[in-house]
Write a protein of this length. Structure first.
Length: 650
């Protein structure tokens, strides 16, 4: 795997591939000051057209992951991280990084133009290369995917891009981090997996009491080595015990386990939980709030009075009800002839109708004014309602904040936004969704109070300033000590330090500090492994991988029932894709443009006796070794590792 980038996402992605998926990685970075080079053997400098290039191995600076914990405990060693330093990812640099023989390349520079240029060069060097590109521009990303796939077909006619598991994938770090940020604010965890619009989380449950059975949720993923002392979603795990975690246990093992917590798979919420009949790109007016309640009651009273006068007129004159109603309306609007030669009863009814008409005039004027005011405020920013409670206060409507707002509204979560820039990109989205917005600097006194922070369920601070997010979190805790706080912090080490400090200062409240690179790296890593990989969830020192597989070509699945295909400790079928083969998407992760009206195709409540057919596609939960066995990578991976070691020693 080759990773090219110039910020924290590149380092985090390289560590994710190495420590979680145990892949051999080459990291290309632009400057020596951004990398902590190792002093081990094999380090040296070469010259290239792009400038000075540092080629070496980075044994240190590992992130806290299950594989890193295993390495610290003297277990399976972690593959080394090869570092290549170059100013630009030009053809010479990519060739030196080994792109021609690599399985996947990630281009995660902050500048879109740099990523596009490098992608075109890499596609020419290796038509079979799996490309993962970081782009902010969605439309450009869609066109670029088609262009690069066509370039691969031109360079190597007859190549099967679907068989290569999608040659090109374009992602945005804001899109990939938004679901985890939303899940942290709602459920207190960022251990989430996205599949077909469904947001799944891994939650740790305490051991059941005597005679009780723990709730397995959608399914039981693992048995913990000991009771978890920190809620799911905490950075790292300090669980101990004589017995390690047992991944993908069978029902007998779960029933026999005593005093051991479980990790269950749960659904946070589905995209269909958004307000019915309203999509994110749908513009609508608040028709139900055009007229106030008093005005509606006044209109109802006048209508009833007109109806009563029409019935009375029909009885007095002997006219049909329709004709009597027509004459009554003429009298109400004062456009009928005076009833001078008519009986007294009819004259009295005409006078009463005129009086009703006088009452109707101010009601119509009030209705016109209220409708005008409602139409004017329909396109303006709403203010938080006075009685609002249990909502999420979203601080920041920039690139990341807009994506988080979209995800929260799809999950049906009430939101109040705070933004200092009235021209921020998320303001238009908030106006379209009729989400209350407080425009002001959160550091000013009274801004969070205007957002009803004292009644809020959580504060989600996702501005681009770490100090602003931290100040808002501290001030919110002073107003409401038990409010759930989720902060976006750029540096992952700083985020961990803030998390630990706030946890010690407020042990009764839930605090989560996340960096966008920390949250986005798993999605980019999954795309580099192939679109069949939905993501990975750490369980103490081990990892569970979630993947999408075609049943055809896998004898462990084909022709077997759901129960028979389950291999404890290796893999388990957890969902079935019911979409027709010709209508299936290559990837089941959430698409950029959410369609809340689309019916989900995944079925999670599976019958154990269902027989898997050749044309079926399933979602699997598997260990790394189990997934490698299913994909037939085990022998190839071992041979590749031996070959690499031999070349290094030589």
């Amino acid at each position: 795997m080759v990773v090219c980038g110039d910020d924290g996402l590149a380092h985090r992605l390289a560590a994710e591939l190495r420590d979680v998926y145990e892949e051999r990685v080459t990291l290309v970075v632009p400057a020596a000051r951004d990398v902590r080079p190792g002093s081990g053997p094999g380090q040296g400098r070469t010259r290239s057209g792009a400038g000075s290039v540092l080629l070496g191995w980075l044994p240190g600076a590992r992130i806290r992951t299950p594989a890193a914990d295993r390495a610290a405990a003297g277990e399976t060693p972690v593959p080394e991280l090869r570092v290549l330093e170059a100013y630009l990812p030009d053809e010479e640099t990519l060739a030196a990084a080994g792109v021609a023989g690599a399985a996947a390349l990630a281009l995660v520079y902050e500048e879109d133009e740099t990523n596009v240029r490098a992608a075109l060069v890499a596609r020419r060097l290796n038509p079979r290369l799996r490309l993962v590109i970081r782009l902010y521009n969605r439309k450009l990303g869609q066109h670029l995917e088609e262009l690069l796939d066509q370039a691969a077909l031109v360079a190597e006619p007859g190549i099967d891009l679907r068989g290569l598991d999608s040659a090109t994938t374009v992602l945005s770090d804001a899109d990939t981090a938004a679901p985890a940020l939303a899940a942290s604010a709602i459920a207190g965890t960022s251990k989430v997996i996205q599949a077909d619009g469904l947001l799944l989380r891994a939650v740790e449950r305490t051991p059941p009491g005597p005679g009780q059975v723990a709730d397995p949720g959608l399914c039981t993923l693992a048995l913990l080595s000991a009771t978890a002392v920190d809620p799911a979603g905490a950075d790292g795990s300090e669980l101990g015990g004589d017995r390690g975690p047992q991944l993908l246990p069978d029902a007998r093992s779960v029933a026999a386990a005593t005093g051991r917590g479980i990790v269950a798979l749960e659904a946070v919420s589905h995209a269909a939980a958004a307000p019915a009949g309203r999509r994110l790109n749908q513009v609508s007016l608040p028709v139900g709030s055009l007229f106030s309640r008093r005005l509606r009651w006044s209109m109802a009273g006048i209508t009833a009075a007109v109806g009563a006068l029409a019935v009375a007129s029909s009885l007095v004159t002997g006219a049909t009800p329709l004709h009597a109603g027509y004459l009554t309306l003429l009298d109400v609007f004062a456009i009928n002839d005076p009833a001078l030669d008519q009986p007294r009863e009819q004259q009295l009814l005409q006078i009463l109708a005129g009086f009703v008409g006088l009452l109707l005039l101010p009601v119509l004027v009030a209705a016109a004014l209220e409708a005008l005011g409602a139409f004017r405020t329909a396109t303006a920013l709403r203010r938080p309602p006075r009685g609002l409670s249990g909502h999420v206060v979203l601080l920041g409507l920039g690139k990341v904040g807009a994506r988080v707002l979209a995800r929260l509204r799809e999950l049906g979560i009430p939101v109040v936004c705070v933004e200092s820039d009235p021209r921020a990109r998320g303001i238009a989205l908030a106006r379209r969704l009729h989400v209350p917005v407080v425009v002001g600097d959160v550091t000013d006194e009274g801004v969070l109070e205007a957002a009803r922070i004292h009644r809020a369920h959580a504060l989600l601070a996702v501005t681009s300033s770490d100090t602003t997010n931290l100040e808002a979190a501290l001030y919110a805790r002073s107003v409401k000590p038990d409010v759930r706080v989720v902060m976006r912090l750029y540096d992952n080490e700083f985020a961990t330090a803030v998390y630990r400090t706030l946890r010690e200062a407020h042990p009764a409240a839930l605090t989560r500090s996340r960096s966008v690179s920390h949250l986005a790296a798993p999605a980019f890593a999954g795309a580099m492994m192939g679109r069949q990989v939905l993501g990975a969830i750490p369980v103490e020192r081990r990892v569970l991988v979630f993947a999408v597989l075609e049943v055809a070509g896998h004898p462990q699945l084909q022709g077997r029932t759901i129960a028979e295909s389950f291999r404890p400790g290796a893999w388990r079928v957890i969902a079935l894709d019911t979409a027709a083969p010709e209508n299936r998407r290559l990837g089941l992760t959430t698409e950029p443009d959410y369609d809340v009206a689309r019916r989900p195709d995944l079925v999670w409540d599976l019958r154990p006796g269902y027989v898997l057919r050749t044309e079926d596609r399933v979602v699997m939960a598997a260990t790394r070794r189990g997934l490698a066995e299913l994909l037939g990578r085990g022998q190839a991976r071992t041979a590749g590792a031996r070959g690499t070691g031999a070349s290094q020693s030589g």
